[in-house]
Write a protein that binds this ligand. Structure first.
Ligand SMILES: [Zn+2]
Length: 175
């Protein structure tokens, strides 16, 4: 996995890019949840579910199908958070699916089961530029941990920052 904090970069960038009219605070909270929820499967490591199992780490909960399920469930809450259902679905789908895509850029662990439950094949993207994060948070406070954070700044936070600024600029131009 990438560090849980870096998975928040995509929904935060979407929040800034879309602005409060399209993306009220309640939708932002749902998007943040969708972006980190796939790592709930890390609990399986403690429950004895093997990493390579279909429900193991980077398995079903990292799939595109699970992202669609999360987005559809979140869309039902759209009226409660004051968002348009279509916007909510889109934002939540991108937030949830970004999790697996970011993990697929890391250089360690097993690949992502993008097409679970239809295929249990694990894959990475062709560019594995992000240092994989240690599963023990304490291990982040080390030389390797610094390398992880530096690579996430470069490959996750910087592009998300650009995306956010572009969105803000486009909104300013349109407004
Ligand atoms: Zn993950």
């Amino acid at each position: 996995m990438a560090t849980p904090l870096s998975h928040l970069a995509v929904p935060l960038a979407l929040t800034l890019a879309l602005g409060p009219d399209s993306m009220p605070p309640g939708l932002m909270v749902l998007a943040l949840l969708c972006a980190v929820l796939p790592d709930v499967d890390a609990l399986g490591l403690w429950l004895g579910i093997p990493y390579a199992h279909p429900f193991g780490h980077r398995g079903f909960t990292h799939s595109l199908f699970f992202s669609v399920l999360l987005a559809a469930a979140g869309m039902l809450l759209a009226p409660a958070v004051g968002a348009a259902p279509a916007t909510a679905f889109g934002v939540l789908l991108v937030s949830a699916a970004s999790h697996g895509l970011i993990d697929a850029l890391t250089n360690g662990g097993l690949g992502i089961a993008f097409f679970s439950p239809f295929s249990s094949r694990r894959s990475f993207l062709p560019w594995r530029v992000i240092e994989v994060s240690p599963l023990r948070p304490a291990a982040l406070f080390s030389r390797h941990g610094l390398r992880v954070l530096r690579s996430e700044l470069r490959w996750v936070w910087a592009p998300c920052g650009v995306l956010a600024l572009l969105g803000i600029a486009l909104r300013e131009l349109a407004g």
